[in-house]
Write a protein that binds this ligand. Structure first.
Ligand SMILES: Nc1ncnc2c1ncn2[C@@H]1O[C@H](COP(=O)(O)OP(=O)(O)OP(=O)(O)O)[C@@H](O)[C@H]1O
Ligand SMILES: [Mg+2]
Length: 491
């Protein structure tokens, strides 16, 4: 499960990882290209110890290696560099040559002399000049010591320095290492981007998927994927009614019915923490699938601030709930409109009043709800958001339960907790939460479609065609119709 969660994060933020890696790699590449190339020239010297009369002993060998180390130090001595500078001419000073270095090739009598410069030819000239000057100085110094026998001294009786391999003009710069820097830049960029993603994920407390929903400690009533249709998903659209989205709402219906097994949820307020999270869409589609399954449904638009149910069903809204407040309960029946299915009754808001909370808190609303409950198996009420308004709490307090809609990605966990606290403070029973507008990958794992629940399908199809004569219309409460959910339905 954890791996899937990481994969989901990668899928969500892959572009940050790609951009971070690409930008860092490109920066490293262009910076490297802009740097002045430096070339290194190198020669190899062979140090020969003066030949001993007897066969060379172990000590001779170690002495020879120690001598090589000594020469490695001496080769950068000031007199050598000054002499080399003089030979090079052209105003070259010994200071310019302080970068010359000598290094012993381990366990050998070989000595590398090297020098780095922007000018490859000059680098090679310097190395060769220093090598030659050094070799000559070693020879001259020993010949001077043995001056009495100078004329008889042979190269084999003194330590000698041979230039085994003079320096060539280098063609490949030692720095910058463009490809290596680009690769390192890419790795650093990727790590930085991954760190940024981890930080964003840590700071982001929006409810993104099922696991986040589970963390809210609210029963999960379902996950509704994001509909592609402009204006949001509507099961009035025949294509949507047959698709996966309808299955999401059917799953929601099943879970709500299952949660209300004892029949106590006969009126359900659909609400959310903040506006625009999908309350109206959920309430209307839920009413449609409930009606499709043969339940007698009354759908009430309780959002007296931004009503939306009439728009969803394409109904006029000159009269409705507020008219019933004014005209009395007797007028209610005449205000109910029959929906796409005959067993779906719809009460739109009617004219928007200036004091919605007062109306909803009054006894008129309780009487209306009572009447609707007598007409239907379940009353579904669309409502305004919980936070910042008293309306939803008032509506939910007058109903049996509330369903909380949570917008995947947009709703913050903190807002949900606050909404839950507010509702519970008003004594509202929260039946659970539904995660809305989930992307297809968020619908994700652990989700089983309800295949083969034949009665639901046939009822849905029948109701879709406007007929309720499927013989399954049930007179009891929603709970009375409940059945043990299939394994798939329980998700
Ligand atoms: N699952 C979904 N997929 C795609 N779009 C959706 C989905 N649910 C809702 N929408 C769209 O999101 C917008 C807000 O949805 P809706 O009106 O249902 O939210 P609301 O909570 O009722 O808003 P308000 O607080 O304003 O009443 C609408 O345009 C709707 O079509
Ligand atoms: Mg709404």
């Amino acid at each position: 499960m954890e791996l899937r969660r990481y994969l989901a994060i990668v899928r969500r933020w892959w572009w940050v990882l790609v951009v971070g890696t690409a930008v860092a790699a490109a920066s490293a590449f262009f910076v490297s290209r802009a740097m002045t190339p430096i070339y290194r020239a190198q020669s190899t010297l062979l140090i020969n110890l003066a030949q001993q009369p007897a066969a060379p002993t172990y000590q001779d060998v170690t002495t020879s290696q120690a001598l090589t180390k000594t020469y490695a130090q001496l080769i950068t001595s000031r007199p050598v560099l000054e002499e080399a500078a003089r030979q090079l001419g052209g105003g070259v000073t010994a200071e310019r040559l302080t970068g010359v270095s000598g290094s012993v090739v381990q366990d050998t009598e070989l000595l590398h002399v090297s020098f780095e410069d922007r000018d490859p030819a000059f680098a090679a000239q310097v190395v060769n000049a220093v090598s030659q000057v050094f070799a000559k100085r070693v020879r001259d110094a020993q010949l001077g010591q043995t001056s009495s026998a100078a004329t008889t001294a042979t190269p084999t009786s003194i330590n000698t320095v041979f230039i085994a391999e003079p320096a060539d003009i280098p063609h490949v710069p030692v720095s910058p290492k463009t490809s290596q820097n680009t690769a390192l830049g890419a790795i650093a960029g990727f790590l930085l981007a991954a760190g940024l993603v981890a930080l964003l994920e840590y700071l982001n407390d929006t409810v993104k998927d099922r696991e986040d929903l589970a963390k809210l400690e609210l029963p999960s009533m379902g996950v509704v994927r994001r509909g592609r249709r402009k204006g949001g998903p509507s099961l009035l659209d025949p294509a949507a009614a047959r698709g996966a989205l309808a299955e999401d709402y059917r799953q929601l219906r099943t879970n709500i019915e299952f949660a209300s097994r004892a029949g106590e949820v006969r009126s359900l307020v659909v609400t959310s923490a903040r506006s625009g999270e999908g309350k109206t869409t959920t309430a209307c589609n839920l009413a449609l699938v409930l009606a499709a399954a043969g339940r007698r449904v009354a759908l009430v638009d309780g959002d007296l601030r931004r009503p939306g149910v009439h728009r969803f069903f394409g109904l006029p809204n000159q009269s409705g709930l507020t008219t019933a407040f004014l005209s009395g309960l007797e007028a209610l029946d005449g205000l109910l409109r029959v929906g796409p299915q005959e067993n779906l009754l719809i009460l739109t808001t009617g004219p928007i009043p200036p004091n919605p909370a007062e109306l909803l808190a009054g006894p008129g609303m309780s009487a209306i709800m009572e009447r609707l409950r007598s007409l239907a198996d379940i009353v579904v009420v669309d409502s305004p958001p919980v936070l910042g308004l008293a309306d939803a709490s008032l509506l939910a307090a007058g109903a049996d339960a509330a369903l909380l809609v949570v917008d995947a990605r947009r709703t913050r966990a903190g807002a949900v907790h606050l909404a839950v606290d507010t509702l519970r403070h008003s004594g509202v029973r929260i039946v659970g939460a539904t995660l809305n507008r989930v992307t297809s990958e968020g619908v994700g794992y652990g989700y089983y479609y309800v295949y083969g629940s034949g009665d639901d399908e046939s009822q849905f199809a029948t109701a879709e065609t406007g007929s309720e004569s499927n013989g399954r219309r049930r007179g009891g409460a929603v709970a009375g119709t409940s059945r043990a959910p299939t394994r798939g339905e329980r998700g």
